[in-house]
Design a protein around this ligand. Structure first.
Ligand code: PAF
Length: 285
């Protein structure tokens, strides 16, 4: 696997590629990332991953400084997964000057859910992903980018961005990878103590229970949903969590369900803090 740190190195390494298949990451790779690399490999003529902890998508009080940086083990995992090229820019390579031009996602999508609790997050994500796309795909007739469904809203923001800017990039969604007990794999799971790790599964269980209750109430979901969501939040809070949201939304736009919406059209999404760790998860109904 070749490693490029600068844009010229990356462009040189990709000079013969006609259809790069790209997996952007912030490193500290786990089986979820490697599944995205496996999805990317057959879809392009060069498999590219990036590792870049993007300061722009962290709020001042968030974990930018402590975000786990595990470059050597990440490289070994990517090599084993058959990745051809790793782009690992330093901050000054990607942001040689303060990034005052930003990609502003549609607030109707980006100010909900994650955006409500992490204002500016999706602007930071969209801006860096646009820069990474320009780095990897500039001058290429087409490309593929693979994003995990665990960051469900992020995937929707990126799809919207690709569509509105008419980028010749196929966006592919990777299913959530879970530990054997059902906890969604996440780099931030590394922050959990042993007892928190055992408890962490409760977020997935709460979403499963909420989904089941929502489907049972599908005949009049808009009327019943607020109470079902409150019950789900209270159940987690009673176990010591601090839930930001546990909700059922329409897959199409992440707005609350309308009368008649049911299985195949909905997704349950949750974000909650356990101790000092904020976890997110979702489940399509
Ligand atoms: O999902 C992530 O790891 C990040 O948000 C991404 C897409 C690599 C942008 O920094």
């Amino acid at each position: 696997m070749h490693i490029a740190h600068t844009l010229p190195e990356l462009r040189h390494a990709l000079r013969h590629a006609q259809r790069p298949a790209f997996v952007p990451t912030m490193g500290n790779l786990h089986a979820g990332h490697l599944a995205l690399v496996a999805q990317a490999r057959p879809r392009g003529d060069a498999t590219v991953a990036s590792i870049f902890v993007n300061r722009l998508q962290f709020l001042p009080h968030e974990d930018f400084d402590s975000y786990p940086r595990t470059f050597e083990t990440d490289c070994a995992k990517l090599r084993e997964a058959g990745c051809d090229l790793l782009f690992a820019p330093r901050e000054t390579d990607l942001y040689p000057e303060p990034q005052t031009f930003k990609v502003l996602p549609d607030p109707a999508l980006a100010d909900l859910l994650e955006g409500e609790f992490r204002p500016g997050f999706f602007t930071g994500v969209a801006t860096v992903v646009m820069k990474l796309f320009m780095a990897v795909f500039a001058g290429k007739p087409q490309g593929v980018a693979v994003f995990g469904k665990k960051d469900y809203q992020q995937l929707m923001v990126i799809r919207h961005m690709v569509r509105q800017f008419a980028l010749p990039i196929e966006v592919v969604a990777g299913d959530i990878q879970r530990a054997s007990d059902g906890l969604a794999l996440s780099s931030r799971n590394a922050y959990l103590s042993e007892s928190e790790r055992a408890e962490a599964l409760q977020l997935a269980l709460a979403l499963r229970a909420l989904s089941r209750d929502a489907l049972a109430a599908a005949h009049a979901l808009p009327q019943h949903l607020p109470a079902l969501e409150a019950t789900a939040r209270q159940a987690l809070a009673a176990r010591g969590w601090q839930p930001d949201y546990l909700t059922v939304r329409r897959r199409a736009d992440l707005l609350p369900p309308q009368a008649g919406d049911g299985a195949g059209q909905l997704v349950a999404l949750g974000a909650a803090r356990l101790g000092g760790t904020r976890l997110i998860d979702n489940l399509e109904l």
